[in-house]
Design a protein around this ligand. Structure first.
Ligand SMILES: [Zn+2]
Length: 369
């Protein structure tokens, strides 16, 4: 039996153990991927230590479990019902798993599947354990099985390390698509220098937004974001005196922005999000993909009068991931801005605990199994 190295969590709060496990066989609609890089994000530490207390309704995979949200690698074997993919294909594996049989799935509304589950991370349904039975391998191991519907073909100019960043980038890309960011539009992103927010700069530019307003705390990182396109990006530190809405209105002739995306991290103040909503123009759209927690006091009457909307957006599908890969292939989005911090699988525990020391969203932490 062929064996592989895997990092497994046996108990919440304990370090992962490096173990030898049999290399799995792909089922008929699945492929086997040799993992070359797996993204680890700042939230992973929370998932491994605090998740069951913070969000008991979002279940972890049954332990012991192989975590790892954002894997990229090469296909080495395909199941009998796989016709589109071949061994040797370089892929990103979207961790979003859906059942295929519920009403949402049958309507093609895949992210809203009743059993929707993040492979190697956490689930959104009490029945997510059923999905984990089908897909017990996250990206923190050498070989994982994945359904063919989850794959994104990576072009030659996208490295595995860059591919391992697709999860948080795709979350932003899907939010920008839903809010119809396009040429002629203006965009505001809260938390633009963070892991999630920086995708707003990259894809906002690629999708043609005329002007992108970004807020954050660290002026040095904000200046680095502005340098991506000094003529189209403007930045504001929320540590200063001016509120976000006043700043945006002043710079848009009093109008405000077409689209506001909130990508703030855990523990951020509600007021920062509310200022973003107040920066919308008449008819504008707000999308929340960040980590603001608890009830937020929105002025819904004013939003009605102004014809404004707000929605939550969760993750993205593999088709959207393919758009992103194709944009990278065409050179319309620049993934070379990331500074990779790579660790071998043996160092996974140190890598996760060291993730707080980072250069904002420019840092890309990966494990290379
Ligand atoms: Zn479903």
């Amino acid at each position: 039996m062929k064996m592989m190295k895997a990092a497994r969590l046996h108990k919440v709060g304990e370090p992962m153990r490096i173990e030898n496990l049999p290399v799995p066989e792909p089922a008929s609609n699945d492929v086997l991927v040799r993992v070359r890089a797996c993204g680890i994000v700042p939230n992973l530490g929370n998932i491994l230590t605090n998740w069951q207390t913070w969000f008991p309704e979002l279940p972890l995979p049954p332990l012991p479990a192989i975590f790892g949200l954002d894997p990229a690698g090469e296909i080495v074997a395909v199941g009998s019902h796989v016709h589109t993919w071949s061994p040797g294909d370089r892929v990103y594996v979207n961790p979003g798993r859906y059942c295929g049989g519920c009403r949402a799935c049958r309507n093609g509304d895949l992210v809203h599947c009743a059993l929707y589950t993040f492979n190697g991370y956490f689930g959104f349904s009490p029945d997510s354990w059923k999905i984990y039975q089908n897909y017990p391998y996250g990206g923190l191991c050498e070989y994982m099985t994945a359904p063919q519907y989850a794959l994104v073909k990576l072009p030659d100019n996208v490295t595995f390390e860059q591919g391992a960043r697709f999860g948080y980038l795709g979350t932003m890309y899907s939010a920008l698509r839903k809010s119809r960011v396009a040429p002629g539009k203006t965009l505001l992103v809260n938390g633009i220098s963070g892991t999630l927010g920086i995708g707003g700069a990259l894809f906002g530019l690629a999708m043609g937004a005329n002007r992108i307003f970004g807020t954050g705390r660290n002026q040095e990182l904000l200046d680095k974001v502005k340098a991506l396109s000094p003529g189209r990006i403007e930045v504001l530190s929320i540590e200063g005196d001016e509120t976000i809405d006043k700043w945006v209105k002043r710079r848009t002739g009093g109008l405000g922005v077409d689209v506001f995306v909130d990508a703030l991290g855990p523990g951020a103040k509600h007021e920062t999000m509310l200022q973003g909503v107040r920066a919308l123009k008449r008819g504008g759209r707000a999308v929340n993909i960040g980590a603001i927690a608890g009830p937020v006091g929105l002025d819904l009457h004013t939003m009605m009068d102004e014809g404004q909307g707000i929605e939550g957006s969760i993750w993205f599908n593999a088709g959207e991931g393919q758009d992103m890969a194709d944009m990278a292939a065409a050179g319309t989005v620049d993934l070379s801005i990331f500074e990779h911090v790579s660790h071998p699988l043996d160092e996974v525990n140190d890598a996760i605990s060291g993730i707080a020391i980072r250069n904002g969203g420019f840092s890309n932490f990966v494990i290379t199994p």
